[in-house]
Design a protein around this ligand. Structure first.
Ligand SMILES: [Zn+2]
Length: 213
């Protein structure tokens, strides 16, 4: 049984984890092949109700619907490109966001965490885009459909899944990995796994399939 059946319950959980402030973040779920429900523009996520959600068309993905989240382009782009995408979560979890501020980093250095690889594979950091613009959608193209967990440089993170649960837990997984890596770096000099160990974990990940654990 699904844990999250409503967008507003995901929003409350994101807020309670400290992964967004005030009106930050946005969540959506596909309702028909060409429609989604998405959080509204400019409302604090902690206090949303299900009736506050806005229903919009996915196609064309770059048309702006004025009452829907200002970051709707990212959501619609993912749904337009990935037929199996059923839900999208965008938040600003502090540790993951901090990794998105590091110079010239294209991937989170998560290959030293065995269960990070098994849970979601590698985690790219997409290039910077001005929030609220259509480029936030198109900039995700190089990471789709392979990556369900993506850090947005100088901004936050976005996750998608075949359910609201998977999209939410992708964000939880990301922030846990990002925090662990931060702590390891703070302690000193974290040790990488050997390349053959990393390769073996990616083979196991392939057997698990394209799901976030
Ligand atoms: Zn944002």
């Amino acid at each position: 049984m699904a844990i999250f059946s409503d967008i507003h319950s995901v929003c409350k959980q994101l807020y309670s984890q400290g992964w967004l402030a005030n009106c930050d973040g946005n969540v959506s779920a596909r309702t028909t092949p060409n429609q989604i429900n998405i959080t509204p523009k400019g409302k604090p996520k902690a206090y949303l109700l299900e009736k506050d959600m806005v229903s919009i068309n996915i196609d064309p993905w770059d048309v702006v619907h004025k009452n829907a989240s200002s970051e709707q382009a990212m959501h619609k782009f993912i749904y337009a490109k990935v037929d199996t995408a059923a839900a999208v979560v965008h938040a600003h979890p502090p540790y993951a966001t901090a990794w998105g501020l590091q110079r010239d980093l294209k991937y989170l250095p998560s290959n030293m965490l065995s269960e990070g690889i098994l849970a979601c594979g590698d985690i790219p950091i997409s290039s910077y885009c001005v929030p609220g613009t259509a480029s936030m959608g198109s900039s995700l193209e190089e990471h789709l459909p392979e990556h369900k967990v993506i850090i947005l440089a100088h901004h936050g993170a976005i996750t998608w899944g075949t359910s609201l649960d998977e999209a939410y837990f992708g964000m939880e997984r990301l922030e846990h990995i990002a925090k662990t890596l931060y702590l390891a770096k703070t302690l000193g000099d974290p040790v990488s796994l050997k390349q053959e160990q990393v390769d073996h974990l990616y083979q196991l990940r392939k057997q698990i399939g394209d799901v976030i654990l």
